[in-house]
Structures are given as structure tokens and as C-alpha cells.
Design a protein around this ligand. Structure first.
Ligand code: SER
Length: 482
């Protein structure tokens, strides 16, 4: 056949029709067609729905895992027509083992979601490379409800506080009795004596006695009292320190070993592989395991504790635990990560898609996109706030705001009393000044003095003694020479 006639024939050729009646040239291997899209099972999650779920209103399948899957598909060199099929009733998280089994039994062609890659599952289906690394952690209650605003009162019982306060008064009174006949500091008008007595006994707490004891008996009482105070204050400091910092010792669980040995009930997420992992791999008795439905369930059962029908700890994967802890301060992670797993997408055994998606996931994670998807779902209010997992060795304002409030209110009250007193003094002074001005038209020494103070701020700035002297001058003005 000559070249000319071949090219003429070419012109008469119709458009190529590709398998699946596609007219567009395929980009490579076709995993599914528009007529028979890939049936992708997705776990219809009821909790931690940020990962994947079916929207109850729009019935749209959405979540972090769906976005990761769609973004990965962009790196696959051919079209993958697909449709998502929710698995589960949406009221409780479905069994993920069951979902993987359904892929292996051809009910679904693939499964997309927060599906952990574990040996039992890789035996029956193919997984892609993990797109999210995680592992199992243990969550326990911090039992740090001690970090309330009034934590500084906790080292002592109400009885102890009462007796200590009473002793302060008694010691003040006794020292006053022993001293006031011989010590000038304990003499004077009754009001002053009372204040000296109270301040004296309180100042012993801070070892800043403004007044010295003179009598031998007084000194003897003081010596014993200071010793008692030393013991009381050091015990208070030690107790407060332990309350504020050694929170985790209050739970017997310090890691996986103590959890296994403890024989206490352990909670895990419904539908998760964790239940079978704990029984099969760690040989924990099934009777110790408690299925938990939701983060609220975690919080409730952990707070109840093992003795009141709750659990001693919850074992779950880090991504869920991070979400759980993001708005709860009463719980924390203890020990190291028990396992190191990852989440991947599931395909039928031998599906080339698993390999291609793996490459796509690698390319996605090398780009910024994977992080951006994570930020979109989990950092809505700024990532730093959400990801903050508090360091148990740090003390927070929560533990001290009661003290600051106390100090602030005393300071404010003192300031208000001072201002009220000074304003009243200023008003009195102004009134006197006006009276004087109207009485004496010519400048006298007192009016000259009065003019020196123009405003309230000048008035405050003056020494109180000078102001009092001024008052005295007004009340007893010098006679005007005629
Ligand atoms: N990621 C878990 C699993 O795959 C579900 O919570 O079992």
C-alpha cells in the first residue's frame, strides 16, 4: 500500500471508541467506567465525623479522608469514576473490620476512610501507603480537678484552716497581754492597739515583725509560735506543690504495662480494631473491655472511674484522642504510643489501583496539599489552640486566679477607700478655700497657700501632713492687719 492512499484512508476514519464507549483517549489503565463506577464503601461515622461521614441533610459524603482521596486521585494518570456508598447506620460507628471484609468479598471495590492498616486486614485486602501516621495511646483522667481557682485552700482541711486562724488571733492577744505594759509599741489608743495586735500576729507568718517583743514571756511564746509556723508553712508548701504537679500518680495507670497488670476496665471506640488488638495481641480479657460510643462517653466513663462503673483508661488512636482532648483539660495521655500504625485506602486483592493510589499519596504528601487538607478540617480556629496538649508539669492560671482575685479585690478596695477619703478631704478643702476667698479679698498667707493647690491631682500629690496643716491654717486664719 503506497503512502498516499494510506493517508487518504486516514481521513475517512471515524473517531476511536475506547472500551466503555469512551471517545476521549484514556490516560492509561481504566479501573472503572462511567457505566460501572468503582463502588467505594465509606464508614458512615457517628462520632469524630471530621474524618468521614455522610451529611445527614445533603447526604453528601465528606470529611478529611474523602478530601485526601479526591486530592490523591488527581495524581493518578487515568480517570477513576467512582461512587461512595455509606456503610453503617450513621448512629454508631460501623465495624471497620467488617468494611474491609466487604471489600475482600466484592461487595465494595474499595473502601476509603480512616481505616487502620493492620495485619488481619492486609491478609484479605490491599492497602495503599498510609496517608496519615498514628498509633494507639492511653487516655486517663488527670484527676487534676485540684487545679481549680481555690486550689491554694486544698492543702488544709476546713478544720485546719479554722484552728490556724484561731491561733493567729490567740497569739496576737497573748503577746499583747504580755507586752502592753512594758512595750510602747503595744500602747496607744485602743484602735491602734487592736491593729498592732492583729498585724503583729499576721506578720509572724512572713517573718517581717514590724514590732519587737520585749518581755521574756512574750519572746518565749514567740519562739514556740515561730517553730509551729515553720512546720505549718513548710507542710503547706509541700502539699500544694504535690497537688499542683504530681497529678498522674493519682492514677495507677502509668503506661501499657501497668494497664495490662491492673485488671481494671478499659474503654475503646466502637467499630475500631482496638478491641480485637487488646484481646488478641495483648491478651487482655474480653470482660475488661468496655465499648464506648462517643467522646462524651469517654469523658463520662473516665470521670466515673473503674470503681463506679466507668473505666480506668481509654485506648484509642492518636488522631481521635487529639480531637477528644482539644476541648477537655481533665484528661491526658499517659505513657508512650503503644503501636505505630497508619491509615490507608483499601482495595480488592491485586487491584492496580492500590499501587497507583500509593504513588499518588506519596506525591500528595510531598506537596503542601495534604497539610492544607488537615488544616481545613482540624484547624478551623487556628491550629495552635486545637493542638495544644497541656504539659502536666506546667502550672496554669486556673490554679491561681482565686489568689489573684483575692489580692486584686483587696488592692482595689484599698484604692477605693483611699480615693473616697481623699475626694472627701479635697471637697472639704475646696469648700474652706472658697469660704476664705469670699471672707478675705486681699491675699493672705493662707489664700496664697490655697492657690498653690489647683487641681485634685495637685492635692493628691501633696503630703497629707501638709494638707492637714493647711486645714489648721484655714480653721485658724491669721488676723488681717488693718
Ligand atoms: N481507625 C479505626 C479502625 O480502622 C476505626 O476507629 O479500626
Amino acid at each position: 500500500m503506497d503512502t498516499k492512499s494510506t493517508s487518504e484512508m486516514d481521513h475517512k476514519l471515524l473517531n476511536a471508541s475506547w472500551p466503555g464507549k469512551e471517545t476521549d483517549k484514556p490516560r492509561g489503565w481504566v479501573a472503572a467506567t462511567k457505566e460501572r463506577p468503582l463502588r467505594i464503601g465509606i464508614p458512615n461515622r457517628a462520632t469524630f465525623v471530621e474524618y468521614v461521614t455522610e451529611d445527614h441533610g445533603t447526604h453528601e459524603i465528606q470529611g478529611y479522608c474523602i478530601d485526601v482521596f479526591n486530592a490523591s486521585l488527581r495524581f493518578v494518570p487515568y480517570d477513576v469514576p467512582h461512587r461512595f456508598i455509606p456503610f453503617g447506620d450513621g448512629k454508631s460507628n460501623p465495624s471497620y473490620d467488617e468494611l474491609v471484609r466487604m471489600v475482600s468479598e466484592d461487595v465494595f471495590d474499595a473502601a476509603v476512610g480512616d481505616i487502620t492498616i493492620i495485619t488481619n486486614r492486609t491478609r484479605i485486602a490491599d492497602f495503599t501507603q498510609p496517608y496519615a501516621a498514628n498509633g494507639l495511646v492511653i487516655v486517663i483522667p488527670n484527676r487534676n480537678s485540684n487545679s481549680g481557682a481555690w486550689v491554694f485552700l486544698k492543702p488544709f482541711t476546713a478544720e485546719m484552716w479554722g484552728v490556724t486562724a484561731a491561733f493567729f488571733l490567740v497569739i496576737g492577744l497573748v503577746i499583747w497581754i504580755l507586752e502592753h505594759r512594758i512595750n510602747d509599741d503595744f500602747r496607744g489608743p485602743p484602735r491602734r492597739q487592736f491593729i498592732t495586735m492583729i498585724l503583729f500576729s499576721l506578720s509572724t507568718l512572713f517573718k517581717t515583725n514590724q514590732v519587737d517583743t520585749i518581755s521574756t514571756l512574750g519572746r518565749m511564746v514567740m519562739m514556740v509560735w515561730l517553730f509551729v509556723l515553720m512546720v505549718i508553712t513548710s507542710s503547706y508548701t509541700a502539699s500544694l506543690t504535690s497537688i499542683l504537679t504530681i497529678q498522674q500518680l493519682s492514677s495507677p495507670i502509668t503506661g501499657m504495662d501497668s494497664l495490662i497488670a491492673s485488671n481494671l476496665p478499659i474503654g475503646y471506640q466502637v467499630g475500631s480494631f482496638v478491641g480485637s488488638y487488646l484481646t488478641d495481641s495483648l491478651n487482655i480479657a474480653k470482660s475488661r473491655l468496655v465499648v464506648l460510643e462517643s467522646p462524651e462517653d469517654y469523658a463520662e466513663k473516665l470521670s466515673l472511674g473503674p470503681t463506679n462503673g466507668g473505666v480506668a483508661a481509654v485506648v484509642d488512636e492518636l488522631p481521635y484522642v487529639k480531637l477528644f482532648l482539644s476541648d477537655r483539660k481533665d484528661f491526658g495521655i499517659v505513657g508512650d504510643m503503644i503501636t505505630k500504625n497508619g491509615w490507608g485506602f483499601v482495595f480488592k486483592r491485586g487491584s492496580p489501583l492500590a499501587m497507583d493510589l500509593s504513588t499518588a499519596i506519596l506525591r500528595l504528601s510531598e506537596s503542601e496539599d495534604l497539610k492544607k487538607i488537615g488544616d481545613k478540617w482540624f484547624c478551623k480556629d487556628g491550629c495552635e489552640a486545637g493542638r495544644h496538649v497541656s504539659d502536666p508539669n506546667q502550672l496554669h492560671l486556673d490554679s491561681f486566679w482565686g489568689l489573684f482575685l483575692l489580692c486584686g479585690s483587696v488592692t482595689l478596695t484599698a484604692l477605693i477607700i483611699f480615693l473616697v477619703k481623699t475626694v472627701r478631704q479635697f471637697v472639704r478643702y475646696k469648700k474652706k478655700q472658697r469660704d476664705l476667698m469670699s471672707q478675705y479679698s486681699s491675699a493672705t498667707s493662707s489664700t496664697r497657700c490655697a492657690q498653690a493647690v489647683y487641681s485634685f491631682f495637685d492635692f493628691i500629690d501633696e503630703k497629707e501632713e501638709a494638707i492637714k496643716k493647711m486645714f489648721k491654717q484655714y480653721e485658724d486664719p491669721p488676723s488681717i492687719a488693718v
